[in-house]
Design a protein around this ligand. Sequence first.
Ligand code: ZN
Ligand code: ZN
Length: 646
Amino acid sequence: MSTIKITFPDNSVREFENGVNGIQISESISKKLAAEALAVEVDGEVWDMSRPINKDAEVKILKWQDDGGKYTYWHSSAHLMAEAIEEIFPGTKFGIGPPIENGFYYDIDMGDHAITADDLAKIEGKMAEYTQHDFPYIRKELSWQEAYDYFKQKGDDYKLELLEEHKNEKISLYKVGKFTDLCYGPHVPSTGRIKFIKLLNVAGAYWRGSEKNKMLQRIYGISFPSKKELDEYLYRVEEAKRRDHRKLGTELEIFLLTPKVGGGLPLWLPKGTIIRETLENFLRQEQKKRGYLAVVTPHIGNLNLYKTSGHYPYYKDSQFSPIKVENEEYLLKPMNCPHHFQIYAAKPHSYRDLPIRLSEFGTVYRYEQSGELNGLTRVRSFTVDDSHMFVRQDQLKAEVCDVIDLIQLVFNTLGFKDFTTRLSFRDPLNKEKYGGADELWDRAEREILEAAEEMKLNYKVAIGEAAFYGPKIDFLVKDVLGRTWQLGTVQIDYVMPERFNLEYVGSDGQKHRPVVIHRAPFGSLERFIGVLIEHYAGEFPLWLSPLQVVVMPITDAQNEYAASVVNKLKQAEIRVELDTRNEKINYKIREHELKKVPYMLIVGDKEKNSNSVSIRRHKKGDLGSQPLNEFIKSVTEEIENKKITS
Ligand SMILES: [Zn+2]
Ligand SMILES: [Zn+2]
């Protein structure tokens, strides 16, 4: 006899006594709930609804809203797709078909046949047909040999290869319709649960991810319980394509990636440099107000620095190889910390000097495999808005609060309204993985929690996610498409001050170790601007816009007046261009709209005679005319307030 404790979706809890044959959850709950439930979590593992439970267990019912439910749904969709493929293309060999963050895929081997868009439509149609039949997903457990014989007879080489890794284990197969797959499960009860399906695309994928193996075809798809969710998803995919920073970055002349310079080494074009400098200046100003001291350090450093910090050789796979000069070795710096530590250590400090906050927009270099490189979000050289603060333990909390405040200011100013934080603490059961004294860790974690409460952060604690040198806070930002990006970070460090022998003299006249805080609100400027481009769809708020105003005379007769308007705007430090090309005015307007220029000023005789301008705002159209001085005043205000345009 065993007891099963079930937690229902409404969080109510009920206990069941278990019979000799175990309990099937699908039989033990109301019909209505059974129709909505997709799977069950049994002691943290996701199971089929109908799989008998023969032990004391804590059980949670999973619906579509739960991650476990969603992944079960998508994984079951992959089986359904395989079933349809086998029906339409008999003899196809199957690799693996897992759920992914959005949807599912299946790797298949069809010999020489390359899947076409037509094929995808056919498979999708067949899947829809099978959902109507409502085939159950039937689990069968059998011996290894039985499973081996089954796939051997079927000629499924890939499944045989997978089986080789599970010798002497009990094997489970799942049958849906006529298709049987080697699978650990779980699955939804039947194919009728899968309602709206879209097969998205086909890509090449090496079997088991190794280029030594055969290239298979990977079919990606997604499925949802409602048409609305499917449509919204497809809309987001289209929007993501439209907003892709690699495409917009080229069109708007923000950055350039060229093999002539090297993969992952972005060149900032004049327009992109304006965005970048504007962001840097914004942060510089805020940092000045908060007592940061700016420093500049070189791009390489003696290898010994990184041996001391432990970044070499432990992280050498993500760094460029050392450069030999005379009898010494240098490393392209993978981080700025050791350089800043040397600046701190260059002179003695008293407790009264702390906190000391050194800051630098420091470019660092990481080795990423060429296949991993992606626009501005995965690069080999990037600039960190870095700072290292050297504080006394009793100053830690106040300093962390100030950093959180700065990061909140940055995100709010840029229009990221939706962000959460993750407080990464050490695993108390695994203390030997972390450096630094026990009581310091306990205190730092407590103070981070207090700071998070004080600053009203929306936070989650992640146990075991801390860096080896101290606990940290990560900021997770949601963009307009609901995608989450990890941007700002704050890390407490007890280990590096020890390794670099950093000291200050306390009020007791004795030497003490400062605590180091590493922090970067943007993280990497490259990645941050990549995210910004997509978040704004290239329509930057006025203060960040590389070009803010274009002035266009209607005819040559107003060229001189237009030039004087441009001059006045320039004197007000507004970024402006004059467009006197011999083109129709409507053509020019269309062109500047495409380039997403925020303001267009059109000047004809009427404007010239009244010292005014006729204003067009990007996406809003004609705003009528205004005296030039008033326009300058309102635009200057919009820039100074860093107003977010929607
Ligand atoms: Zn499966
Ligand atoms: Zn650092």
